[in-house]
Design a protein around this ligand. Structure first.
Ligand code: HEM
Length: 388
């Protein structure tokens, strides 16, 4: 059984959701009726919606990143992942990338205000504290998506297809939808920020990954979920980024079942809360050789030095991440498109971004200013005169 982990929406108005629901049987039912929205088939259908936001991000990276002062990659990735999860969950984009302001998103979707200030810091909290709206706006967004006749393939497509409205209300769907944004946006943005930071601090690794990416594709349009699946060094670099900087850094609480149980040779009475701390397991030299070094090679071929199973960024078991297919779609296509088009450079090369990060349930990530220079790719998307 799990406690509320990354927030959990709507509990205040009597609706539990996939993250906040604690009764195993009810939670299992929820997972069953949501599973279809996250299947491999659904991910392929959702790819077009995801790609629209990724392409907007690639354009913006070129416009803003070509300046001497660079652009804040960490914040822009946060906006991108908000737009992707919002678009899939509520049937409309939040527009965070274009407006450059996550505050606008929060005013439209106040349910997110509970968790986002944890991630983004006090300044944001102050900007949004006057908004007294409640969950109604999220429900309205779902209702309007339910009424609309559309052939767009988002999470709601499958959820609505499979639902019995007498069992799963619009309010229930809105609660899940808010959870998807909370669970899927910061985690994806964090992994990519960690990846790019560590690549820029490790030129050898960056050059191997760049070689793999640039020799695999002739045209931008070839970069897809399926075509990036065979990139072994990319997969390894992403796994290493999630090991060295776990996107969900807190120990996820689990209750020992009634009657007690034995964990690692120690008997624990029922009801006791246990957890495994990802930072401790991923950065312990008992589990990983030279744990503070960024070495994608750990994840390739035979490895007798590391206990790779100690890094479980998506967790395991009945509460493990439902969105991992979607996460891989975003992680792979964003990283590949960025590196295929641009040569990247840290603006402040002496900054220790990892050391300056703070953990407040999730990560409070410092700014990460990066320059992005087009290596000579010609594509209408990359013309620097439209969106800024
Ligand atoms: C790199 C990206 C991601 C990472 C590292 C990640 C990690 C996790 C972790 C560790 C959990 C487990 C919580 C627990 O065991 O209690 C979780 C749960 C969950 N994740 Fe993800 N996640 C990612 C992306 C996504 C995305 C893109 C979505 C969908 C929009 C998503 C949806 C969910 C949901 C719905 C749950 C709750 C599952 C349940 O309680 O049954 N995640 N995620």
């Amino acid at each position: 059984m799990s406690k509320v982990v990354l927030g959990g929406s709507f509990a205040g108005i009597g609706t539990t959701s996939i993250i906040s629901e604690r009764r195993p049987e009810v939670h299992r039912q929820m997972r069953n009726y949501l599973a279809n929205a996250f299947s491999d088939r659904s991910i392929l259908e959702q790819e077009e919606i995801v790609a629209a936001s990724v392409d907007a991000f690639i354009h913006i990276a070129g416009v803003r990143g070509s300046r001497k002062e660079g652009f804040n990659l960490s914040k822009t990735l946060q906006s991108l992942s908000f737009d992707i999860t919002g678009d899939l969950s509520f049937g409309e984009t939040f527009g965070a990338l274009k407006s450059g302001e996550i505050v606008d998103v929060l005013n439209r979707f106040p349910i997110l205000q509970k968790v986002v200030p944890v991630i983004m810091g006090k300044k944001l909290k102050k900007l949004t504290q006057d908004t007294k709206k409640n969950e109604e706006l999220s429900i309205k967004a779902v209702e309007s998506r339910v009424k609309r006749t559309t052939d767009r393939k988002d999470f709601l497509t499958r959820i609505l297809e499979d639902r019995d409205p007498s069992v799963v209300s619009n309010q229930q769907i809105a609660a899940h939808a808010s959870d998807f944004v909370i669970a899927g946006s910061d985690t994806t943005a964090t992994t990519l920020a960690s990846l790019i930071y560590y690549l820029l601090r490790n030129p050898r690794v960056m050059s191997l990954l760049t070689e793999e990416i640039r020799t695999s594709f002739q045209r931008y349009e070839e970069i897809t979920y399926n075509s990036t699946a065979s990139l072994q060094y990319l997969r390894a670099a992403l796994l290493e980024a999630m090991r060295i900087y776990p996107p969900v850094p807190m120990g996820l609480p689990r209750a020992v079942p009634e009657g007690g149980d034995t964990v690692d040779g120690v008997f624990l009475p029922g009801g006791v809360t246990v957890s495994t701390n990802p930072i401790a397991t991923c950065l312990s030299n008992h589990n990983f050789h030279d744990p503070w070094s960024f070495k994608p090679e750990r994840w390739i071929g035979k490895n007798e030095c590391d206990d790779l199973d100690c890094s479980q960024p998506f967790s395991l078991g009945t509460r493990g991440c439902m969105g991992r297919n979607l996460a891989w779609l975003s992680l792979r296509t964003i990283a590949v498109k960025l590196i295929w088009v641009y040569d990247l450079e840290l603006v402040n090369s002496s900054m220790d971004w990892h050391r300056e990060s703070q953990m407040h349930t999730l990560w409070r990530k410092p700014d990460l200013f990066v320059r992005a220079r087009n290596r000579g790719v010609k594509h209408p998307l990359l013309e620097i005169d439209a969106v800024q």
